[in-house]
Design a protein around this ligand. Sequence first.
Ligand code: EPU
Length: 454
Amino acid sequence: MSQVAASAGKASPQAASPDTVIFEGGRPLVGEVEVRGAKNLVTKAMVASLLADTPSVLKNVPVISDVAVVRGLLEAHAVTVTDVADGVLELDPRGVKSAHFAEIDAHAGSSRIPILFCGPLLHQLGEAFIPDLGGCRIGDRPINFHLDALRAFGAELDKSHEGIRLRAPRRLVGARVDLPYPSVGATEQVLLTAVRAQGVTELTNAAIEPEIMDLIAILQKMGAIILVEPNRTIVIEGVDSLNGYDHRAIPDRSEAASWASAALATRGDIYVRGAEQKDLMTFLNVYRKVGGHFQVDDHGIRFTHPGDTIRPVVIETDVHPGFMTDWQQPMVVALTQAEGRSIVHETVYENRFGFTDALRQMGANIEVYKEGIASITRRVPRRPLEQAAVITGPTPLRGADIRVPDLRGGFSHIIAAVTAQGHSTVSNMGIISRGYEHLLDKLAGLGTSYELKG
Ligand code: EPU
């Protein structure tokens, strides 16, 4: 099988990702990859540009389809988005106007991003529309925290079969919002709405992920006044207007951890240029516990398999600074190669072990328990949705036909396919381009052999 490089550059990310790829496994991944701006910051930073009276410049923007979705939504609202250079976007909101719901619906695709347009559009235009929301199939993913917060600011909501229409009959006002759970999206919703609301907003039980801190840095550059206090409290003093920003997005810690786990699973050696130690500390502690090696330098982190065996571990996913739910799936693949029994307890989403079906088909020994496990160290109260996976290793993996279920599960399937002996046919690959830039190019650069099918 010959190595085939996927198309790179500024091609549409969807067009650059073939639906089905046949991988030849059984080789360690060795070499270097680069991670650029975090998907979960870049997309929100693009939305933040809507709040300004002048253009913004965003740097370190990856070529992923979630960026294309937000770009399409901004353009549907007459925001001018220009590629200034590779990875640099200029976003000019001066012509912003309402979009027809059918256009919003068409651009949103399966993304959940439209909900974050609400606050900025209510400030700029007095109205907004949210179509039925998609996102990865990892559970119900309700938006009740978002809607309750928007109502608290004074927005009026009108639900119909097409979605939800919002109006701000008068300027939105600061509010007290206490989140039932430190939701990333709902915290961003409050930030993006409160910065231009009249008066003070106090948000308690806020999410404090690095991407949220970077969004706060952007908003501060724009002229916002935001106090991050202890105990997950954020106080925002609303201002009348905001300017554009010039900002370099923080690197993608989910992608960095994905490549780190790929090095472990395939007994490889990967230098992740751009990986940021301070955003990966909890992951790095687990990596060290299982026996993985890493070396941090000024430009990135080198991840290597120790050469002999790796050890099992117990992990509980959690809100920051805990072990991210998005790190769990690639690590599970590595744990199929550990000597003994590992437990991964998922506490953030209700359906994030669906990807283990394919791993079992490839020979992994993984049992999923609906109840989750008890823990004394957790940061948030126990919720009914929890699940735990028990992984017993080491088990050799063999090639299989797999259909990618979601973004992180999909990356895990690819690592499994590369680890396995024999050929694996992986379909529905397009989902992975939502969050992984130039994936096939990167895999080819690390020594993977694959063929595009069809
Ligand atoms: N939740 C509610 N009601 C709401 C909002 C959230 O019940 O109104 C619940 C969710 O159902 C879930 C929990 O709260 O059980 C956490 O959800 P959160 O709002 O924190 O997640 P999110 O904002 O929808 C973002 C990332 C996810 C990442 C999570 C957790 C983006 C676009 N997505 O989702 O990223 O897993 O935070 O860190 O920022 C990914 O990158 O693959 C991904 C899924």
